[in-house]
Design a protein around this ligand. Sequence first.
Ligand SMILES: Nc1ncnc2c1ncn2[C@@H]1O[C@H](COP(=O)(O)OP(=O)(O)OP(=O)(O)O)[C@@H](O)[C@H]1O
Ligand SMILES: [Mg+2]
Length: 420
Amino acid sequence: MKLEEFWNNPIEAYLKAERYVNNGSRSGIKNTTSLETSPLSSIDEFELYSIESDDLICIGQDEEFVFPSKYVLIHPDLVESELLLSYKGCISRTNIKVSPTASGRTTYCSAYGCFIKLAYFEILGRIPRHLGLEILQSAFEVTNNLKSLIDAGVCNSSFAILREDKGLLTKLNLSDSETYELGVIFREGKPYPSIQEYFAMVPFFSLFSKELKPDSNWELCEYQDEPLIVQLFLQQSEFSTISDFTLNKILKPLFHTYFDSLLLGGIELEAHAQNMLISISRNFEVKQIVCRDLESAGRDISLMQERNIFFNDIAKSYKYIKKTIPESGEKYSTYQRTHSFMFDFKLGEYIVTPLIDCICNFDPTVNRDFLVSEIKLFNRDFIEQFPSDYFPVQWCDYDDVVWGNSVKKKYNWYDNPKYR
Ligand SMILES: Nc1ncnc2c1ncn2[C@@H]1O[C@H](COP(=O)(O)OP(=O)(O)OP(=O)(O)O)[C@@H](O)[C@H]1O
Ligand SMILES: [Mg+2]
């Protein structure tokens, strides 16, 4: 994909990067939606369905934001699903058209200029999906927490989010004794804060990925342009090496954003390559690090209490993280493990390592050891602000397997965290 494509039509180019410039999740697990609606299909848009209900719960009604629907919107794949077969209410086709993004269940609606994150019942990626009330409440809470930091002007200047503080939910009566919470989240289409130079968003994974053939099974296009990170670098007049550019304009702001969210807001982002984006100006300057999927961010309640950060004590069974002691036979507590998992594995292995690999591949003179030592030096100032046992001495990942709801995850531990 050519970077110049953004000039012609920034939204179209953004959607192309989302759908077709993607090596896929680091895990190699590729479960997604049906063929026609999947990110890799060649179909531009598909229509959503809606479920009518009388007991609609509305989150974050906002005068500035027009809800695309009065009813809960659902993905076409759900219409024939087993769960909805027993539903007696009315399901109708709407004229709301959307395009898929890399996460099959999140779609972009150009008519409203917003993202619509839909409920999905099946496995996408490695886990079964669900959008229930606590998940919507958590997205609302995390958005408002981070928004208040931005409004107070305390974050680094690149810090940005895609607000995710509006949604609808219904409790479906499936039988006399069984109900199911079915939600939809409306995510804003442009970064907050809004800045004058904003031109387009580019997902992190597309910076270092190859381009895929539409309608294929992850088949690469025969002709490949240079990776977008390389093309971006070639547009910079301020930097003479790709290593300096990537370190100063992407990696440092990325780490700074991760730590601002955690240290100032107590919010632990799931900062993998699909959840983070950059925003660029018309002349291809990197302006913002944009965090999305705020529903999946953890609220570190213990850290908030220690650092006197205000929080609403809600949605306590979802991503509500508190200090724990190690379970018997475990080296580290779940609390410590989560901190390594999100920083070392999700941020480190999904974004930082492939980005460094990519620039080293383009320019073999990049001094990788020096780059990594600069990253560690930069991160040290932040790490020192946490309680000394916040991060474990080692770092962890888990195996590339699909996790059912009841499977206990097995973590692997390694010495020498790469980026701290
Ligand atoms: N390069 C990639 N890295 C990680 N995940 C990817 C990538 N490309 C596609 N995916 C898919 O994106 C989804 C990531 O899961 P995650 O829970 O972060 O997102 P989501 O909640 O479905 O959507 P959103 O990020 O829009 O809120 C998975 O379904 C995964 O298979
Ligand atoms: Mg995501």
